[in-house]
Design a binder for this molecule. Sequence first.
Ligand code: F6P
Length: 552
Amino acid sequence: MSDLTHSPAWQDLAAHRAEVAPLHMRDLFAADPDRFARFSLSAAGLLLDYSKNRITGETLPLLSRLAEATGVAGRRDAMFAGESVNNTEDRAALHVALRNRSNGPILVDGADVMPEVNAVLARMRTFSTAVRDGSRRGHTGEAITDVVNIGIGGSDLGPRMAVDALKPYQRPDLRVHFVANVDGADLHDRLQGLDPARTLFIVASKTFTTQETMTNAGSARAWLVERLGDEAAVAAHFVALSANPDAVAAFGIDPADMFVFRDWVGGRYSLWSAIGLPIALAVGMDRFEELLSGAHAMDTHFRTAPAAENMPMILGLLGIWYRNFFHAGSHAVLPYDQHLHRLPAHLQQVDMESNGKFVTRDGQPVDYATAPVIWGEPGTNGQHAFFQLLHQGSEFVPADFIAAAESHAPWRDHDDMLLANFLAQTEALMHGKTADAARAELTARGLRGAALEALLPHKVFPGNRPSNSILYAKLTPAVLGALVALYEHKVFVQGAVWGVNSFDQWGVELGKQLAGPLLAALRAGDTVSGHDGSTNGLANAIGALRRGGHIE
Ligand code: F6P
């Protein structure tokens, strides 16, 4: 047994779980008219209602004791102080410095990072303003109308999610696109209809060595040069966002068009850095800074609020409650806000790349579950797809519902319908429908006897399925910043409790290593033999199909 599962705080929670398991939330609500007031709080423009969780007044204090026992607050303070919290790469994890709008000093190895952070922001302002006002032009003197961000993982998901989220703040005459996949279809489809003379490419890669990004960047470069007929056009049409200035220079991008960030910015936490340039181009630098301010407000809340009133702490600990004590294997993120349709994808990386670990910071195997599978789709679409399983399936899936009181669309009636569905779903998940209630409904519909009894079990909803609701007035840049920072810190809290390093991602390496020799073999058209039977068989089937073979 590990120290964690052996600890009194963990054992107390295990005992508490046995007490809570038989309780139904509908009874807890019936017994306590103040449950919403007791189990909700607001911070940084977000209201969190966590009353529809399988908790009593004792649960959070017990979870907070686990947080204390595992030193979550100390780890948080170490992160904010610029300490080397990413121990396997010997680095700080300082995305909070990128949005440190109060501008107080943050030291890494004794040097304040804020002057450099501010200098990059100033350069992003100058550049994005010049593109947006038409003073930065293409090689042939045309204004830029389309920006194509080429990046993958954190160099794609965060900015793509934010650009989609902030669509109401964009201009129709400057479109921002994203290409990530090494599948040539992604770039090829994206380039259709674009005018090279009016297109700006952003090559976004922290390492500037990522195979997908460098391959797409090379193909985009060739497309541009071929169409504009001049190698010199690259300088006017390519900029780079990276922590590897030497590799950027080797690619041929002018150092003046290079926006750098430090290795203490993790890929999945990088949208606040120069990686956010496509966001600034899409909505303007003032809006980008509002995004940073929203995140900073959440940072300040996370750093200063007591555990019992600390939103990321509460969300993180509730996640621990379900993952470790109710064995929930997944967690759904369900935005009832169409503009957040890419948020689940972004949070998959934030959560699963951070805490998808099977050893602790000091390399000991864990004997408890770590990150759940994160998934989700916007409401109401999901209701017509997978909500059946949420309501009546055999899986136990805690969910976060995220909703705006008002959308940016002009139709109030749509907002009312969307919000009625959001409210109804959380209520239905919590309350369920008893056999008695279902029987009464069926009887009222005229069903009797065997026909009623046959249908009855299908009409019962067990309920007692937990959800958090996160509500805000309207999806502004500041609200988006606060929301994303909330999830980053939630993930941090969980990683600290589990004792894992939330800031490395060694698990992505093996596939990359194995792809190298397979790529060489596919390129050469060689027979593949050095792998397992399945991999050899598939690689050789590809070769046969390419030589004109067919599948029966
Ligand atoms: O392969 C995983 C990963 O390293 C992510 O952590 C990262 O966000 C992504 O690749 C892209 O990396 P880069 O920005 O260096 O191209």
